[in-house]
Design a protein around this ligand. Structure first.
Ligand code: NAP
Length: 247
């Protein structure tokens, strides 16, 4: 199923790889980003290089008005068939006994409420209950949801564990309405997110502890996302697919 895809946080990292791969597979793509307009423009150019339409839309997924603007941009492109709930943030390492309300609100607002708001708008467009013709949603969980990230960011792990049950619950709500909802659970993937958490060498530091003795690439996660959205995954619903190299 092609059509229009929204990739939140689609300008860099895993989101960028997903946006470009979905374009290669025939989707027009809304590339949402938060701050880095140049990265979003570069991703749109990569989408267009595959002969598809791309549009960059600035917006914070944790702000309802911004989410509405992202979906309005998609509506202009055509029928929404895919949402990749990819935008996500970590924070600097901290124990729970040192976490401020501001930190916790940011963590859950972006990682959890943002995914709920985007899924809400996607379901309104895709579900046969609302006059839609079906579609797919893929949420970004994390291996942290299972491993806990104790001493680093248990708040992030808890938000991602919430994404796991959100995925299954929403999948069951809309299963009979033509919408499949799945998640990918990446392990250590080579993107800038680790630097944003104040640990730029995290990938290199962890490499030897990883089962495959290497990190994953953004493309390897994007390939799982694209598969979950594809008709090849037509009976895969409510699944959380580990893309962790066995970690
Ligand atoms: P990344 O390299 O840090 O890229 C983050 C992307 O999200 C950027 O496009 C950024 O846009 C955008 N973004 C950040 N905050 C946003 C907001 N509030 N609203 C909209 N967009 C926002 O991240 P990544 O490593 O690709 O991670 C993507 C997803 O995979 C996240 O959900 C993350 O938790 C999950 N994940 C990653 C790993 C890993 O090892 N990399 C492992 C497990 C799970 P700007 O550049 O404009 O700020």
């Amino acid at each position: 199923m092609s059509g229009v895809a929204i990739v939140t946080g689609g300008s860099r990292g895993i989101g960028r790889a997903a946006a470009v791969l979905l374009a290669e597979r025939g989707y027009d793509v809304v590339v949402n980003y938060q701050a880095n307009a140049q990265a979003a423009a570069d991703t749109v150019a990569a989408v267009e290089a595959h002969g598809r339409r791309g549009v960059a839309v600035q917006g914070d997924v944790g702000v309802e008005a911004d989410v509405m603007a992202i979906f309005a941009a998609a509506d202009k492109l055509g029928r929404l068939t895919a949402l990749v709930n990819n935008a996500g943030v970590i924070d600097t390492p901290a124990r729970v006994d040192a976490m401020s309300v501001a930190r916790l609100e940011r963590m859950f607002r972006i990682n959890m409420i943002g995914s709920f708001l985007c899924a809400r708008e996607a379901v309104k467009r895709m579900s046969t209950r609302h006059g839609g013709q079906g579609g797919g949603i893929v949420n970004l969980s994390s291996a942290a949801a299972v491993l806990t990230a104790a001493g680093q960011y248990v708040d992030y792990a808890a938000a991602k564990a919430g994404i796991d049950i959100f995925t299954l619950g929403l999948a069951r709500e809309v299963a009979a309405e033509g919408v499949r909802v799945n998640a990918v659970r990446p392990g250590i993937i080579d993107t800038d997110i680790h630097a944003s958490g104040g640990w730029p060498d995290r990938v290199a530091d962890m490499r030897d502890q990883l089962p495959m003795k290497r990190e994953g690439t953004a493309l390897e996660v994007a390939q799982a996302i694209a598969w979950l959205l594809s008709d090849e995954a037509s009976y895969t619903n409510g699944a959380v697919l580990n893309v962790t190299g066995g970690r």
